[in-house]
Design a protein around this ligand. Structure first.
Ligand SMILES: *[C@@H]1O[C@H](CO)[C@@H](O)[C@H](O)[C@H]1NC(C)=O
Ligand SMILES: *[C@@H]1O[C@H](CO)[C@@H](O)[C@H](O)[C@H]1NC(C)=O
Length: 453
Protein backbone atom coordinates (compact mmCIF):
# COMPACT_ATOMS: atom_id res chain seq x y z
CA UNK A 1 0.00 0.00 0.00
CA UNK A 2 1.39 3.37 -0.94
CA UNK A 3 1.32 5.89 1.89
CA UNK A 4 -0.66 9.04 1.21
CA UNK A 5 0.99 12.39 1.78
CA UNK A 6 0.13 13.33 5.40
CA UNK A 7 -1.95 16.49 5.86
CA UNK A 8 -0.21 17.47 9.10
CA UNK A 9 2.58 16.15 11.31
CA UNK A 10 2.20 16.17 15.08
CA UNK A 11 4.86 15.36 17.64
CA UNK A 12 3.47 14.01 20.91
CA UNK A 13 5.27 14.05 24.25
CA UNK A 14 3.36 12.24 27.02
CA UNK A 15 4.33 12.15 30.70
CA UNK A 16 6.27 8.94 31.45
CA UNK A 17 3.37 7.00 32.99
CA UNK A 18 1.77 4.10 31.20
CA UNK A 19 -1.77 5.53 31.37
CA UNK A 20 -0.55 8.76 29.80
CA UNK A 21 1.51 7.10 27.07
CA UNK A 22 -1.39 4.84 26.14
CA UNK A 23 -3.86 7.75 26.00
CA UNK A 24 -1.55 9.65 23.65
CA UNK A 25 -1.18 6.49 21.57
CA UNK A 26 -4.96 6.09 21.24
CA UNK A 27 -5.25 9.70 20.11
CA UNK A 28 -2.34 9.10 17.71
CA UNK A 29 -4.21 6.18 16.12
CA UNK A 30 -7.36 8.20 15.59
CA UNK A 31 -5.44 11.07 14.02
CA UNK A 32 -3.36 8.70 11.90
CA UNK A 33 -6.61 7.33 10.49
CA UNK A 34 -7.40 10.89 9.41
CA UNK A 35 -4.14 11.04 7.50
CA UNK A 36 -1.95 12.73 10.11
CA UNK A 37 1.67 11.76 10.59
CA UNK A 38 2.41 11.22 14.28
CA UNK A 39 5.77 11.17 16.03
CA UNK A 40 5.31 9.64 19.46
CA UNK A 41 8.26 10.65 21.59
CA UNK A 42 9.17 8.93 24.86
CA UNK A 43 11.93 7.05 26.65
CA UNK A 44 13.12 3.75 25.14
CA UNK A 45 11.63 1.74 28.01
CA UNK A 46 8.18 3.29 27.51
CA UNK A 47 8.30 2.89 23.74
CA UNK A 48 9.20 -0.75 24.14
CA UNK A 49 5.98 -1.30 26.08
CA UNK A 50 3.81 0.00 23.22
CA UNK A 51 5.75 -1.23 20.19
CA UNK A 52 3.55 -4.25 19.73
CA UNK A 53 0.39 -2.11 19.92
CA UNK A 54 1.31 -0.35 16.69
CA UNK A 55 -0.14 -2.63 14.10
CA UNK A 56 0.76 -2.81 10.41
CA UNK A 57 -1.99 -0.31 9.66
CA UNK A 58 -0.01 2.38 11.50
CA UNK A 59 3.51 1.34 10.60
CA UNK A 60 4.08 4.48 8.50
CA UNK A 61 1.73 6.95 10.14
CA UNK A 62 2.88 6.51 13.76
CA UNK A 63 6.62 6.74 14.29
CA UNK A 64 8.24 6.13 17.64
CA UNK A 65 10.97 8.60 18.56
CA UNK A 66 13.40 7.89 21.38
CA UNK A 67 14.09 10.59 23.95
CA UNK A 68 17.29 9.99 25.94
CA UNK A 69 17.21 11.14 29.56
CA UNK A 70 20.43 12.09 31.32
CA UNK A 71 22.04 9.36 33.40
CA UNK A 72 21.29 10.45 36.97
CA UNK A 73 22.50 8.42 39.94
CA UNK A 74 19.87 5.89 41.08
CA UNK A 75 17.98 6.26 37.82
CA UNK A 76 19.12 3.59 35.35
CA UNK A 77 17.30 3.53 31.97
CA UNK A 78 14.81 0.87 33.12
CA UNK A 79 13.51 3.44 35.61
CA UNK A 80 12.79 6.00 32.88
CA UNK A 81 9.09 5.23 33.38
CA UNK A 82 6.73 5.39 36.35
CA UNK A 83 5.85 1.76 35.83
CA UNK A 84 7.61 -0.19 38.60
CA UNK A 85 9.44 2.93 39.76
CA UNK A 86 10.13 2.92 43.52
CA UNK A 87 8.05 5.87 44.81
CA UNK A 88 11.05 7.66 46.34
CA UNK A 89 12.54 8.06 42.85
CA UNK A 90 9.53 9.90 41.39
CA UNK A 91 11.08 13.31 41.97
CA UNK A 92 14.36 12.17 40.37
CA UNK A 93 12.44 10.97 37.33
CA UNK A 94 10.67 14.32 37.01
CA UNK A 95 14.06 16.04 37.25
CA UNK A 96 15.60 13.83 34.60
CA UNK A 97 12.64 14.40 32.30
CA UNK A 98 13.04 18.16 32.60
CA UNK A 99 16.76 17.92 31.98
CA UNK A 100 16.04 16.19 28.70
CA UNK A 101 14.56 19.37 27.22
CA UNK A 102 17.72 20.09 25.25
CA UNK A 103 17.62 16.64 23.67
CA UNK A 104 13.95 17.26 22.99
CA UNK A 105 14.86 20.46 21.13
CA UNK A 106 17.30 18.50 18.94
CA UNK A 107 14.48 16.14 18.03
CA UNK A 108 12.17 19.03 17.13
CA UNK A 109 14.83 20.62 14.95
CA UNK A 110 15.41 17.41 13.12
CA UNK A 111 11.80 16.37 12.57
CA UNK A 112 10.25 19.81 12.09
CA UNK A 113 6.70 18.77 12.99
CA UNK A 114 3.82 21.15 12.24
CA UNK A 115 2.45 20.84 15.77
CA UNK A 116 3.42 19.65 19.26
CA UNK A 117 1.08 18.03 21.79
CA UNK A 118 2.53 17.83 25.28
CA UNK A 119 1.39 16.52 28.65
CA UNK A 120 0.40 18.31 31.85
CA UNK A 121 3.72 18.65 33.69
CA UNK A 122 6.00 19.79 30.92
CA UNK A 123 5.60 23.43 29.91
CA UNK A 124 9.28 23.24 28.85
CA UNK A 125 8.14 21.27 25.80
CA UNK A 126 6.00 24.23 24.75
CA UNK A 127 8.93 26.56 25.27
CA UNK A 128 11.11 24.40 23.05
CA UNK A 129 8.41 24.32 20.38
CA UNK A 130 7.82 28.05 20.50
CA UNK A 131 11.51 28.84 20.06
CA UNK A 132 11.20 27.04 16.73
CA UNK A 133 7.88 28.75 16.00
CA UNK A 134 5.99 25.48 16.16
CA UNK A 135 2.50 25.83 17.73
CA UNK A 136 1.86 23.56 20.71
CA UNK A 137 -1.03 22.56 22.94
CA UNK A 138 -1.42 20.75 26.22
CA UNK A 139 -3.37 17.50 26.20
CA UNK A 140 -5.06 16.56 29.48
CA UNK A 141 -5.31 12.76 29.74
CA UNK A 142 -7.34 13.30 32.91
CA UNK A 143 -10.97 14.34 32.71
CA UNK A 144 -12.37 17.85 32.59
CA UNK A 145 -13.20 17.95 36.31
CA UNK A 146 -9.65 17.14 37.38
CA UNK A 147 -8.19 19.54 34.83
CA UNK A 148 -10.40 22.31 36.23
CA UNK A 149 -9.29 21.60 39.79
CA UNK A 150 -5.61 21.66 38.91
CA UNK A 151 -5.86 25.06 37.25
CA UNK A 152 -8.21 26.40 39.89
CA UNK A 153 -5.70 25.39 42.57
CA UNK A 154 -2.85 27.11 40.76
CA UNK A 155 -4.75 30.33 40.31
CA UNK A 156 -6.72 30.53 43.55
CA UNK A 157 -4.71 28.32 45.92
CA UNK A 158 -7.81 26.41 46.96
CA UNK A 159 -9.90 23.46 45.88
CA UNK A 160 -13.26 25.03 46.76
CA UNK A 161 -15.20 24.83 43.58
CA UNK A 162 -18.53 26.02 42.17
CA UNK A 163 -20.06 22.58 41.46
CA UNK A 164 -21.86 21.02 44.40
CA UNK A 165 -21.85 17.48 42.98
CA UNK A 166 -18.05 17.42 42.91
CA UNK A 167 -16.73 17.81 46.45
CA UNK A 168 -13.77 16.55 48.41
CA UNK A 169 -13.62 15.23 51.96
CA UNK A 170 -11.13 16.93 54.27
CA UNK A 171 -8.74 13.98 54.22
CA UNK A 172 -8.81 13.97 50.41
CA UNK A 173 -8.41 17.72 50.11
CA UNK A 174 -5.31 17.51 52.26
CA UNK A 175 -3.73 14.80 50.14
CA UNK A 176 -4.58 16.36 46.80
CA UNK A 177 -3.43 19.83 47.89
CA UNK A 178 -0.14 18.32 48.93
CA UNK A 179 0.38 16.75 45.54
CA UNK A 180 -0.60 19.87 43.62
CA UNK A 181 1.50 21.95 45.99
CA UNK A 182 4.56 19.73 45.74
CA UNK A 183 7.30 20.87 43.47
CA UNK A 184 9.85 19.27 41.24
CA UNK A 185 13.47 20.14 40.70
CA UNK A 186 13.22 23.82 39.88
CA UNK A 187 10.91 24.70 42.76
CA UNK A 188 7.81 25.30 40.65
CA UNK A 189 4.65 23.69 42.05
CA UNK A 190 3.11 20.95 39.92
CA UNK A 191 -0.20 22.81 39.76
CA UNK A 192 1.60 25.88 38.44
CA UNK A 193 3.32 23.80 35.79
CA UNK A 194 -0.08 22.63 34.63
CA UNK A 195 -1.25 26.21 34.36
CA UNK A 196 1.98 27.34 32.70
CA UNK A 197 1.47 24.65 30.07
CA UNK A 198 -2.02 25.96 29.45
CA UNK A 199 -0.74 29.53 29.11
CA UNK A 200 1.90 28.40 26.65
CA UNK A 201 -0.64 26.49 24.58
CA UNK A 202 -1.98 28.01 21.37
CA UNK A 203 -5.67 28.82 21.35
CA UNK A 204 -6.76 25.33 22.46
CA UNK A 205 -6.17 22.58 24.99
CA UNK A 206 -7.30 19.00 24.45
CA UNK A 207 -9.06 16.88 27.08
CA UNK A 208 -9.68 13.15 27.16
CA UNK A 209 -13.42 13.33 27.75
CA UNK A 210 -16.75 13.85 26.04
CA UNK A 211 -19.59 16.34 26.33
CA UNK A 212 -22.33 13.98 27.49
CA UNK A 213 -20.69 13.45 30.88
CA UNK A 214 -18.52 16.54 31.31
CA UNK A 215 -20.04 19.32 29.18
CA UNK A 216 -20.33 21.88 31.95
CA UNK A 217 -16.84 21.15 33.31
CA UNK A 218 -15.30 21.52 29.86
CA UNK A 219 -17.03 24.88 29.51
CA UNK A 220 -15.72 25.89 32.89
CA UNK A 221 -12.22 24.74 31.94
CA UNK A 222 -12.31 26.94 28.85
CA UNK A 223 -13.05 29.93 31.06
CA UNK A 224 -10.44 29.10 33.71
CA UNK A 225 -7.78 28.31 31.12
CA UNK A 226 -8.60 31.10 28.72
CA UNK A 227 -8.26 28.54 25.94
CA UNK A 228 -10.88 26.52 24.13
CA UNK A 229 -11.06 23.11 25.87
CA UNK A 230 -11.75 20.52 23.20
CA UNK A 231 -12.85 17.00 24.16
CA UNK A 232 -11.14 14.27 22.14
CA UNK A 233 -13.54 11.50 23.20
CA UNK A 234 -13.05 8.62 25.65
CA UNK A 235 -10.16 7.07 23.64
CA UNK A 236 -10.98 3.53 24.70
CA UNK A 237 -8.71 0.96 23.11
CA UNK A 238 -10.34 -1.33 20.57
CA UNK A 239 -11.03 -4.70 22.12
CA UNK A 240 -8.95 -7.40 20.52
CA UNK A 241 -9.71 -10.88 21.66
CA UNK A 242 -6.28 -12.39 21.47
CA UNK A 243 -7.50 -15.85 22.36
CA UNK A 244 -7.55 -17.88 25.53
CA UNK A 245 -4.25 -18.96 26.90
CA UNK A 246 -4.37 -21.32 29.81
CA UNK A 247 -4.74 -18.65 32.50
CA UNK A 248 -7.48 -16.75 30.69
CA UNK A 249 -9.43 -19.85 29.71
CA UNK A 250 -9.84 -20.96 33.31
CA UNK A 251 -11.09 -17.52 34.36
CA UNK A 252 -13.64 -17.54 31.53
CA UNK A 253 -14.78 -21.04 32.44
CA UNK A 254 -15.26 -19.94 36.02
CA UNK A 255 -17.32 -16.94 34.81
CA UNK A 256 -19.38 -19.12 32.44
CA UNK A 257 -20.71 -21.04 35.43
CA UNK A 258 -22.00 -17.93 37.18
CA UNK A 259 -25.37 -16.30 36.72
CA UNK A 260 -25.85 -13.15 34.66
CA UNK A 261 -24.63 -9.93 36.33
CA UNK A 262 -23.82 -11.80 39.54
CA UNK A 263 -20.04 -11.32 39.77
CA UNK A 264 -18.19 -8.24 40.98
CA UNK A 265 -14.79 -7.60 39.43
CA UNK A 266 -12.30 -5.97 41.81
CA UNK A 267 -9.14 -4.18 40.68
CA UNK A 268 -7.31 -1.00 41.57
CA UNK A 269 -5.19 -0.36 38.50
CA UNK A 270 -1.63 -1.26 37.71
CA UNK A 271 0.07 1.53 39.63
CA UNK A 272 -1.72 1.48 42.97
CA UNK A 273 -0.77 -0.93 45.74
CA UNK A 274 -3.14 -1.27 48.68
CA UNK A 275 -1.73 -1.12 52.18
CA UNK A 276 -1.98 -4.33 54.22
CA UNK A 277 -4.73 -2.73 56.29
CA UNK A 278 -6.78 -1.89 53.19
CA UNK A 279 -6.20 -5.35 51.80
CA UNK A 280 -7.70 -6.89 54.95
CA UNK A 281 -10.78 -4.64 54.92
CA UNK A 282 -11.40 -5.36 51.23
CA UNK A 283 -11.00 -9.10 51.79
CA UNK A 284 -13.46 -9.15 54.70
CA UNK A 285 -15.79 -6.81 52.81
CA UNK A 286 -15.93 -9.23 49.90
CA UNK A 287 -16.45 -12.16 52.24
CA UNK A 288 -19.25 -10.43 54.16
CA UNK A 289 -21.04 -9.32 50.98
CA UNK A 290 -21.85 -12.91 50.00
CA UNK A 291 -21.40 -11.89 46.35
CA UNK A 292 -19.20 -13.78 43.85
CA UNK A 293 -16.01 -11.95 42.94
CA UNK A 294 -12.83 -11.86 40.90
CA UNK A 295 -10.19 -9.88 42.76
CA UNK A 296 -6.88 -8.84 41.25
CA UNK A 297 -4.24 -8.27 43.94
CA UNK A 298 -0.92 -6.61 43.17
CA UNK A 299 2.20 -6.15 45.25
CA UNK A 300 5.12 -3.88 44.37
CA UNK A 301 7.86 -5.80 42.58
CA UNK A 302 10.70 -6.75 44.83
CA UNK A 303 8.70 -6.76 48.05
CA UNK A 304 8.36 -10.50 48.10
CA UNK A 305 4.94 -10.63 49.70
CA UNK A 306 3.16 -13.96 49.55
CA UNK A 307 -0.50 -13.75 48.58
CA UNK A 308 -1.58 -16.45 51.07
CA UNK A 309 0.12 -14.58 53.88
CA UNK A 310 -1.37 -11.21 52.94
CA UNK A 311 -4.98 -12.47 52.93
CA UNK A 312 -6.98 -13.10 56.11
CA UNK A 313 -6.37 -16.59 57.47
CA UNK A 314 -8.71 -19.20 56.03
CA UNK A 315 -10.35 -16.81 53.56
CA UNK A 316 -9.91 -19.04 50.48
CA UNK A 317 -11.56 -21.96 52.30
CA UNK A 318 -14.45 -19.83 53.56
CA UNK A 319 -15.32 -18.25 50.21
CA UNK A 320 -14.57 -21.39 48.17
CA UNK A 321 -15.93 -21.35 44.62
CA UNK A 322 -17.52 -17.97 45.22
CA UNK A 323 -14.28 -16.04 44.86
CA UNK A 324 -11.32 -16.00 42.52
CA UNK A 325 -8.22 -14.15 43.72
CA UNK A 326 -5.66 -13.46 41.01
CA UNK A 327 -2.20 -12.12 41.59
CA UNK A 328 -0.65 -9.45 39.39
CA UNK A 329 -2.66 -9.32 36.22
CA UNK A 330 -6.04 -10.20 34.71
CA UNK A 331 -7.60 -9.78 31.25
CA UNK A 332 -9.69 -6.87 32.53
CA UNK A 333 -11.54 -5.94 29.36
CA UNK A 334 -12.46 -9.51 28.63
CA UNK A 335 -13.71 -10.03 32.17
CA UNK A 336 -15.75 -6.81 32.20
CA UNK A 337 -17.39 -7.77 28.90
CA UNK A 338 -18.52 -11.13 30.25
CA UNK A 339 -22.27 -11.22 30.90
CA UNK A 340 -21.75 -12.75 34.35
CA UNK A 341 -20.06 -9.55 35.55
CA UNK A 342 -22.51 -7.07 37.10
CA UNK A 343 -20.24 -4.55 38.79
CA UNK A 344 -16.70 -3.22 38.95
CA UNK A 345 -15.21 -2.35 42.33
CA UNK A 346 -12.72 0.19 41.03
CA UNK A 347 -10.25 2.87 42.10
CA UNK A 348 -11.77 5.09 39.37
CA UNK A 349 -8.63 5.85 37.42
CA UNK A 350 -9.77 7.84 34.40
CA UNK A 351 -8.80 5.19 31.84
CA UNK A 352 -10.68 2.48 33.74
CA UNK A 353 -13.70 4.77 34.09
CA UNK A 354 -13.84 5.44 30.34
CA UNK A 355 -13.47 1.76 29.50
CA UNK A 356 -16.10 0.69 32.02
CA UNK A 357 -18.56 3.30 30.76
CA UNK A 358 -18.13 2.05 27.22
CA UNK A 359 -18.69 -1.56 28.25
CA UNK A 360 -21.71 -0.53 30.33
CA UNK A 361 -20.97 -2.02 33.75
CA UNK A 362 -21.92 -0.12 36.96
CA UNK A 363 -19.08 1.00 39.21
CA UNK A 364 -18.60 0.51 42.93
CA UNK A 365 -16.28 3.44 43.49
CA UNK A 366 -13.37 3.18 45.90
CA UNK A 367 -11.07 6.08 45.00
CA UNK A 368 -7.55 5.69 46.37
CA UNK A 369 -5.55 8.80 45.49
CA UNK A 370 -4.62 11.41 42.85
CA UNK A 371 -7.56 12.37 40.63
CA UNK A 372 -9.62 9.34 41.63
CA UNK A 373 -11.88 11.09 44.20
CA UNK A 374 -12.95 13.57 41.50
CA UNK A 375 -13.70 10.76 39.07
CA UNK A 376 -15.65 8.84 41.71
CA UNK A 377 -17.90 11.85 42.47
CA UNK A 378 -18.45 12.38 38.75
CA UNK A 379 -19.53 8.80 37.96
CA UNK A 380 -21.82 8.83 40.98
CA UNK A 381 -23.37 12.08 39.74
CA UNK A 382 -23.76 10.63 36.23
CA UNK A 383 -25.78 7.82 37.84
CA UNK A 384 -23.65 4.80 37.03
CA UNK A 385 -21.89 4.32 40.36
CA UNK A 386 -22.22 4.12 44.12
CA UNK A 387 -19.29 5.05 46.31
CA UNK A 388 -17.86 3.22 49.30
CA UNK A 389 -17.65 5.84 52.04
CA UNK A 390 -14.54 6.04 54.21
CA UNK A 391 -14.46 7.01 57.87
CA UNK A 392 -13.53 10.53 58.94
CA UNK A 393 -9.83 9.67 58.81
CA UNK A 394 -10.12 8.22 55.33
CA UNK A 395 -10.01 4.58 56.40
CA UNK A 396 -11.92 1.80 54.69
CA UNK A 397 -14.42 -0.27 56.70
CA UNK A 398 -15.38 -3.82 55.83
CA UNK A 399 -19.09 -3.42 56.71
CA UNK A 400 -19.45 -0.40 54.44
CA UNK A 401 -17.66 -2.21 51.61
CA UNK A 402 -19.99 -5.20 51.95
CA UNK A 403 -23.05 -2.95 52.14
CA UNK A 404 -22.28 -1.02 48.95
CA UNK A 405 -21.36 -4.18 47.05
CA UNK A 406 -24.76 -5.62 47.99
CA UNK A 407 -26.58 -2.42 47.04
CA UNK A 408 -25.11 -2.52 43.55
CA UNK A 409 -25.10 -6.28 42.99
CA UNK A 410 -28.20 -7.53 44.77
CA UNK A 411 -30.56 -4.75 45.74
CA UNK A 412 -33.00 -2.72 43.68
CA UNK A 413 -30.75 0.33 43.45
CA UNK A 414 -28.42 -1.79 41.32
CA UNK A 415 -31.05 -2.18 38.60
CA UNK A 416 -31.19 1.58 38.09
CA UNK A 417 -27.41 1.78 37.88
CA UNK A 418 -27.30 -1.08 35.40
CA UNK A 419 -29.94 0.55 33.23
CA UNK A 420 -28.19 3.91 33.23
CA UNK A 421 -24.83 2.23 32.50
CA UNK A 422 -26.30 0.42 29.50
CA UNK A 423 -27.82 3.64 28.18
CA UNK A 424 -24.54 5.50 28.43
CA UNK A 425 -22.71 2.63 26.78
CA UNK A 426 -25.20 2.68 23.88
CA UNK A 427 -24.69 6.42 23.46
CA UNK A 428 -20.93 5.96 23.37
CA UNK A 429 -21.09 3.12 20.86
CA UNK A 430 -23.42 5.07 18.61
CA UNK A 431 -21.21 8.15 18.60
CA UNK A 432 -18.07 6.11 18.09
CA UNK A 433 -15.26 8.65 17.97
CA UNK A 434 -17.18 11.56 16.51
CA UNK A 435 -15.28 14.04 18.68
CA UNK A 436 -12.20 13.39 16.62
CA UNK A 437 -13.60 15.25 13.59
CA UNK A 438 -13.68 18.50 15.51
CA UNK A 439 -10.17 17.86 16.83
CA UNK A 440 -8.94 17.31 13.28
CA UNK A 441 -10.56 20.53 12.14
CA UNK A 442 -8.94 22.56 14.93
CA UNK A 443 -5.53 20.95 14.49
CA UNK A 444 -5.53 21.51 10.75
CA UNK A 445 -6.09 25.23 11.27
CA UNK A 446 -3.17 25.34 13.69
CA UNK A 447 -0.96 23.12 11.53
CA UNK A 448 -1.30 25.67 8.76
CA UNK A 449 0.20 28.28 11.05
CA UNK A 450 3.00 25.83 11.86
CA UNK A 451 3.68 25.30 8.18
CA UNK A 452 3.91 28.95 7.20
CA UNK A 453 6.55 29.75 9.82
C1 LIG B 1 20.99 13.54 25.53
O1 LIG B 1 21.05 12.36 24.76
C2 LIG B 1 22.30 11.68 24.82
C3 LIG B 1 22.24 10.49 23.88
O2 LIG B 1 21.83 10.88 22.62
C4 LIG B 1 22.56 11.25 26.24
O3 LIG B 1 23.81 10.60 26.33
C5 LIG B 1 22.56 12.46 27.15
O4 LIG B 1 22.69 12.04 28.50
C6 LIG B 1 21.28 13.24 27.00
N1 LIG B 1 21.42 14.47 27.76
C7 LIG B 1 20.48 14.93 28.56
C8 LIG B 1 20.82 16.17 29.31
O5 LIG B 1 19.41 14.38 28.65
C1 LIG C 1 1.35 24.93 49.88
O1 LIG C 1 2.71 25.13 50.24
C2 LIG C 1 2.96 26.33 50.93
C3 LIG C 1 4.46 26.50 51.13
O2 LIG C 1 5.19 25.35 50.89
C4 LIG C 1 2.21 26.32 52.25
O3 LIG C 1 2.42 27.52 52.95
C5 LIG C 1 0.72 26.16 51.97
O4 LIG C 1 0.00 26.04 53.17
C6 LIG C 1 0.48 24.91 51.12
N1 LIG C 1 -0.93 24.88 50.75
C7 LIG C 1 -1.66 23.79 50.78
C8 LIG C 1 -3.09 23.96 50.41
O5 LIG C 1 -1.21 22.70 51.09
Amino acid sequence: MKAKQPICSVLMLPWLAHGHVSSFLELAKRLAKKNFLIYLCSTPINLKSIENKITQEFSHSIQLVELQLPALPNLPPHYHTTNGLPPHLMLTLKEAFELSSENFSFILKELQPNFVLFDFLQPWAATAASSLKIPAAQFFTTGGVTSCFMIHFSRKGSLRFPFSSIYLHDFEEKKISQILNSSSANGVRDADKVFEGVQKSTSIVLVKSFKEIEGKYLDHLSILAGKKAIPVGPLVRDFIDDGDDEGKASIMEWLDKKEQSSVVYVSFGSEYFSSMEELQEIAYGLELSGVSFIWVVRFPTGENIKLEEALPKGLPERVGERGLVLEGWAPQTKILRHTSVGGFLSHCGWNSVMETMKIGVPIIAMPMHLDQPFNARLVQDVGIALEVKRDINGRLERDEIAKVIREVMVEEKGEELRKKSKELSQTMLKKEDEEIDLVVEELLQLCKIGKTN
